[in-house]
Design a binder for this molecule. Sequence first.
Ligand code: IPM
Ligand code: MG
Length: 370
Amino acid sequence: MPSNKSLLVLPGDGIGPEVMGQVRRVVDWMDKRRAVSFDISEDLVGGAAIDAHGIPVTDATVEKAMGVDAVLLGAVGGPKWDSLDFSKKPERGLLRLRKDLQLYANLRPALCFEALVEASTLKPEVVAGLDIMIVRELTGGVYFGEPRGIETLPNGERRGVNTQVYTTSEIRRVAAVAFELARKRNGRVTSCEKANVMESGVLWREEVQKLHDESFQDVELSHMYADNAAMQLVRNPKQFDVIVTDNLFGDILSDEASMLTGSLGMLPSASLGDVDETGRRKAMYEPVHGSAPDIAGQGKANPVATVLSLAMALRYTFDLADDADLVEKAVEKVLAKGIRTADIQAPGSQVVSTGQMGDALLAELDAMAA
Ligand code: IPM
Ligand code: MG
């Protein structure tokens, strides 16, 4: 069957290829059982691209990524490439994709599955029922700001420089995404910055407030210093609905939020750009976790975050909410049966490999579609 749904799969490094292998099985299942087919192509990114081409992502791969409906990425990086020059590291491939595709809004949901309440290091009553969405600005701030670099001063000392910089439009477009999401959720946005010490934070706060007053008065907006937000996330995370914040604070707060849910191995993410003339929104989906070189190749990795990233692609890019629901329900059912990869094991649970987790997910999908 010809398909107009195109997907570029970039497994990357470390556990990336293993977890992506399970996602491919889910995609194949959808093809067979749901008559939803995708044109899938696969390519290299990160260390894998360095080994093959000498750079962490080629122009041709970036071109491909621009042309498809959605990119699905595994993970990049590993000790093998740690000694490379900063500008040639695997991570630069990921950052280039984000930047060139202008994927400025990074959606990182932190949802605590009921079956995993005990897997969190926090008390069950603190995390049970948790459902927050972190919207991280992804193409600006200190990650990309100029000037940057390491220089040697005349006195022989070295000096490292990065620049935190945001413009009005960069702040407004990501804030708009957060407000729109809040409208479909519980109607509340918390904007986080450090306006007490940073001018870029003052601008962030003012612009978010302005946009709110102009166009989103139906949403409840509050502002919070990012350090306080870090504390509130472990004190009482359920006070949050949508959090919107800059690139660096978002990186940190989303890692913190992930642990509320039990494991970094559970969290998907979506990175979205603007809607173009054809109504299409460039998008890349990836797990929040990294390449986990310490367990790579051992069949221990949890594929759930990547499988849930596919579910986000179904929901946000392909408008297939029913299919996304199905995938998310399969995850829930597997967890409820006590089937766990090592990262989320609990007393009495059955610890399975990456592939066995894939088997269990497919069995649940089969059962639901029967
Ligand atoms: C993330 C990662 C990346 C980041 C790294 C791998 C460049 O930590 O996606 O959160 O810092 O953005
Ligand atoms: Mg991170």
